[in-house]
Design a protein around this ligand. Structure first.
Ligand SMILES: Nc1ncnc2c1ncn2[C@@H]1O[C@H](COP(=O)(O)OP(=O)(O)OP(=O)(O)O)[C@@H](O)[C@H]1O
Ligand SMILES: O=c1ccn([C@@H]2O[C@H](COP(=O)(O)O)[C@@H](O)[C@H]2O)c(=O)[nH]1
Length: 331
C-alpha cells in the first residue's frame, strides 16, 4: 500500500503517539530477599523495561534526505512496495495543504516552494504528525514504520521536530541519498516536462540547490556525527538504488527491531541480533527458568525462532497451559 502524502492537514487534530503495549511489570511468583543489591537490580530491571516498552510503542521513523532530484521519492516508493512501510513526503504534504480550500498557510507555502526556502517547522511538523496519526489509527497501530521523505531540512526543522514531537517517535536512522547535483539537475529538468510543479524549473531549482547546500547538508552531517546516517550512491540506476536501500533496510532497520531479549532480575541475560531472512513470530511469551529462584522472565516480542533453536543446547522449550516455558537443561 502506497501511503504517500494526501493524509492529513493542519486541522486534523489527532493525538500523536500511542501508549505502550504493556502497563507494567508482571507480578513475581516468589518474594526475593530484600537486600540492597537485589533492590538495585530490581530498579535497574524496571528502568530497562520501562525504556524498552516506551520505545516499543513509538512509531519508528527513518528520515530520507538528499538533494532535490536525488531520488528520495523513488527510493521510498520502492521501500513501500518491498517492505510495506508508510511513506510521508513532507513536500507532498505541503503541496496538498497549499491547495486545500481555506488553508491559512497556502500562500506562505507556495512562496517558500517557489523561492526554494523552508516552510516554518510548526506547519510541516503538524502535517507530518497528523498524517502519521491517521495511518496509525487506520491501521489499528499495526503500521508503525515511517519513511519521512525530505525532512528535516534545516536547523529550524530539526529543533522544531525534537520539541514538537518530544520523544513521541523513535527516530532510527537517516537514509542519505548521495547524488551529484549535475545528475539531480538533469533528472529534475526531465521531470519538469510532466510534473507540473511550480519549482521544477531551472531558476527555482538553483535556489533549492542553494538551500540544500547551505542548510540540509548540515543536518545530514549532524546525523552522521551521531552515527545515524546510512548512505547510498543514488546516481546509479533506479534498480541499483532500489536494491541498495532495500538491503539497508533489511540489514539495519529490520535487525534493530528484532532482538531477542530475555529479561531477568539480573538484567538482560540473552540478546541476539537476527539476520535477514530469519523466521519471525509474534508470540507473547511468559518464560520461566526452572532452576532460578525468582524466575519471572518475560517477553512481548518478535521472537526469532532460529535463535531459540541455536540456544537449545542449554535451553529446552515446553508448552505449558497457555504459555511457553523455557527451561535450563539438566546436567
Ligand atoms: N536512480 C535513478 N536514475 C534515474 N532517474 C531517477 C532515479 N531516481 C529517480 N529518478 C527520476 O528522477 C526524478 C526525481 O526523482 P524523485 O522525485 O524520486 O526525487 P526526489 O529526491 O524525491 O526529488 P524532490 O526533492 O524534488 O522531490 C524523477 O523523474 C525520477 O523518475
Ligand atoms: O520539510 C520540508 C519539505 C519541503 N519543503 C518545501 O517544499 C519544497 C519541495 O520539497 P520536495 O521535497 O522537493 O518535494 C522545498 O523546496 C521546500 O520549499 C519545506 O519547506 N520543508
Amino acid at each position: 500500500m502506497n501511503e504517500r502524502a494526501s493524509l492529513g492537514n493542519i486541522d486534523g487534530g489527532i493525538q500523536v503517539g500511542k501508549s505502550a503495549p504493556m502497563g507494567g511489570l508482571p507480578r513475581r511468583k516468589e518474594p526475593i530477599s530484600a537486600t540492597g543489591s537485589a533492590l538495585a537490580r530490581m530498579l535497574r530491571l524496571q528502568h530497562s523495561l520501562r525504556t524498552f516498552y516506551r520505545e516499543m510503542g513509538k512509531p519508528k521513523v527513518c528520515f530520507v534526505l538528499g538533494g532535490p532530484g536525488a531520488g528520495k521519492g523513488t527510493a521510498c516508493e520502492f521501500l513501500v512496495k518491498k517492505h510495506g512501510l508508510a511513506h510521508l513526503s513532507a513536500g507532498d504534504l505541503l503541496r496538498e495543504e497549499r491547495k486545500r480550500a481555506g488553508s491559512t498557510y497556502g500562500e506562505l507555502i507556495e512562496s517558500c516552494i517557489v523561492q526554494g526556502t523552508i516552510v516554518p517547522v510548526e506547519i510541516t511538523c503538524k502535517l507530518l504528525e497528523n498524517a502519521m496519526n491517521k495511518i496509525m489509527t487506520e491501521s489499528n497501530g499495526e503500521q508503525d514504520k515511517f519513511l519521512i521523505d525530505g525532512f528535516p531540512r534545516n536547523l529550524d526543522n530539526l529543533e522544531g521536530w525534537t520539541k514538537q514531537m518530544d520523544g513521541k517517535t523513535d527516530d532510527r536512522i537517516v537514509l542519505y541519498l548521495n547524488c551529484p547535483l549535475e545528475v539531480c539537475e538533469a533528472r529534475i529538468m526531465e521531470r519538469a516536462k510532466t510534473s507540473g510543479r511550480s519549482d521544477d524549473n531551472i531558476e527555482a531549482l538553483r535556489k533549492r540547490f542553494k538551500t540544500y547546500e547551505e542548510s540540509t547538508k548540515g543536518i545530514i552531517e549532524h546525523y552522521r556525527g551521531i552515527g545515524k546516517v546510512r548512505e547510498v550512491d543514488s546516481s546509479q540506476s533506479k534498480e541499483a538504488v532500489g536494491d541498495a536501500v532495500s538491503k539497508l533496510w533489511s540489514r539495519t532497520l529490520a535487525m534493530s527491531s528484532s532482538h531477542l531479549f530475555l529479561l531477568t532480575h539480573y538484567g538482560p541475560v540473552l540478546t541476539h541480533r537476527t539476520q535477514p531472512g530469519d523466521l519471525f513470530m509474534l508470540i507473547p511469551l511468559a518464560l520461566h527458568l526452572d532452576n532460578f529462584q525468582f524466575s519471572y522472565f518475560l517477553c512481548f516480542f518478535q521472537v526469532d525462532v532460529s535463535v531459540i533453536i541455536k540456544w537449545r543446547k542449554v535451553l529446552t522449550i515446553k508448552r505449558s497451559r497457555n504459555a511457553w516455558k523455557v527451561c535450563l537443561k539438566s546436567g
